[in-house]
Ligand binder design. Structure first.
Ligand code: IPE
Ligand code: IPE
Ligand code: MG
Length: 227
């Protein structure tokens, strides 16, 4: 029986639109409900004994293709939500970080992001990384380009630590909503992760379901190429 430790959890939070559609609501209602799920999951992670980092895919570089109305709504929701969540970050002892090109956002939203990061930087129970305007191919290409410009050799170690998410390899990836693809998320960091796909739509996802998934993860046989 294995006993895998879970330090870094990553989640592709998918299915907000379908959750709303099933209820005859506009898609944005699903995003609002999905934001509440983030709070519950962050609390679970903060209270979990071994989880140090939870990385959540919130907006991809491909999501700009959506109708302007939805993109604008997501930007406003993020701004409002972060300001309102500050007390939650304090309550759970959670540190807020981001990965992705936040320079692509409005100056006002960038300011909010910077302010919440600064005010939660001292927390140590868990680090919540929101992937915002994130694309993995872009992250890898830009890291390689920076190394090349500095005339440095490109190796697994140098490229790995030049990434914007150099931290830690991901132990477990969960994607909600039944889709079974990566959608350009953390290709490098997921090289040896365990994957778990659940049909549950993100707004319906609960700490209880996450807990069940983690129990399965703990018992999986991670061999890393060995025997
Ligand atoms: C995930 O839910 C949230 C974002 C990508 C911002 P979706 O909006 O992708 O919901 P579905 O996949 O259309 O149901
Ligand atoms: C992936 O979900 C991105 C996020 C969850 C932020 P999408 O709904 O955008 O992905 P596809 O279009 O199904 O691949
Ligand atoms: Mg989707």
């Amino acid at each position: 029986m294995s006993n895998n430790i879970l330090k870094h959890l990553a989640i592709i939070m998918d299915g907000n639109g379908r959750w709303a559609k099933e209820r005859g609501l506009i898609r944005t209602k699903g995003h609002e409900k999905g934001a509440d799920t983030i709070r519950d999951i962050t609390q679970y992670c903060a209270e979990h004994e071994t989880i140090e980092t939870v990385t959540l895919y919130a907006f991809s570089t491909e999501n700009w293709k959506r109708p302007k109305y939805e993109v604008d709504f997501l930007m406003r929701l993020l701004d409002r939500w972060l300001k309102q969540e500050l007390k939650t970050y304090h309550r759970f002892g959670a540190k807020f970080e981001t990965v992705g090109n936040i320079e692509g956002f409005s100056p006002k939203l960038q300011e909010t992001i910077a302010s919440i990061k600064a005010q939660t930087a001292h927390h140590t129970n868990v680090t919540q990384i929101l992937a915002l305007n994130y694309g993995s191919r872009e992250e890898i290409a830009k890291a390689a380009s920076r190394l090349a410009k500095r005339g440095e050799e490109i190796t697994e170690d140098s490229l790995g630590s030049e990434l914007n998410t150099p931290y830690r390899d991901i132990d477990l990836l969960v994607r909600t909503s039944g889709e079974q693809r990566l959608s350009n998320f953390l290709l490098w960091q997921l090289s040896y992760s365990e994957f778990f796909f659940t049909p549950t739509l993100w707004p319906d996802f609960t700490p209880k379901e996450l807990d069940r998934i983690i129990h399965q993860y703990i018992n999986r046989d991670r061999r890393f190429g060995g025997l």
